[in-house]
Design a protein around this ligand. Structure first.
Ligand code: ATP
Ligand code: MG
Length: 158
């Protein structure tokens, strides 16, 4: 369905902030305007929750998590950055594969199945967006995804 994504993002992040520990410092940068996208709201919530939970899980010392939504030419870009373990360059694409986990031993301790990002990628693909990671090992990770913007005129014609 066609929705204004901005209140949805605030809602997801309000809930996240209520549940996070004091170790995590959280910042959000979200444009103060209406931004229409064609999305399944539950699915996009699931993607955002997956990425945020990873940001916490792979940041043992806490640090800052930054959520940024940026309106680009034809798309909305969401970027979620942490100051955690980081991911080696050659593994940045693999983390979106099913059951792939960077450090098997460490990941086993932390729990999980290695499916969160694979499912997120499937959801973003269905929405005709992109998802990718950038990172500096030992410094932190940014997971980005995009959603195509709706043409408001065309959407309001029917
Ligand atoms: P699940 O999400 O199914 O509970 P998971 O977190 O291991 O398990 P994914 O969310 O798909 O699985 O992530 C895959 C792997 O990518 C993780 O095991 C971890 O090694 C790495 N990873 C994901 N996010 C981050 C991050 N923010 N910082 C460092 N490594 C990450
Ligand atoms: Mg995960």
């Amino acid at each position: 369905e066609k929705i204004d994504i901005i209140p949805v993002l605030h809602h997801i992040l309000d809930r996240f902030e209520m549940n996070k520990t004091e170790l995590i410092d959280f910042e959000r940068y979200i444009p103060n305007e209406r931004i229409f996208v064609w999305v399944d709201q539950d699915k996009i919530t699931q993607v955002t929750d997956n990425i945020l939970s990873n940001a916490i899980k792979y940041s043992p010392e806490g640090g800052k998590i930054t959520f940024q939504a940026v309106k680009e030419k034809n798309r909305l870009r969401i970027s979620i950055s942490d100051q955690g373990l980081g991911i080696a360059r050659e593994k940045l694409e693999k983390i979106f594969e099913r059951f792939y986990r960077v450090d098997k031993a460490r990941s086993r301790e932390l729990g999980g199945t290695g499916l969160g990002l694979a499912i997120s990628k499937e959801i973003i693909d269905v929405h005709h967006g992109q998802i990718w990671a950038t990172s500096k090992e030992g410094q932190g990770t940014t997971i980005n995804f995009t959603l195509p913007l709706m043409n408001r005129k065309r959407g309001s014609k029917k």
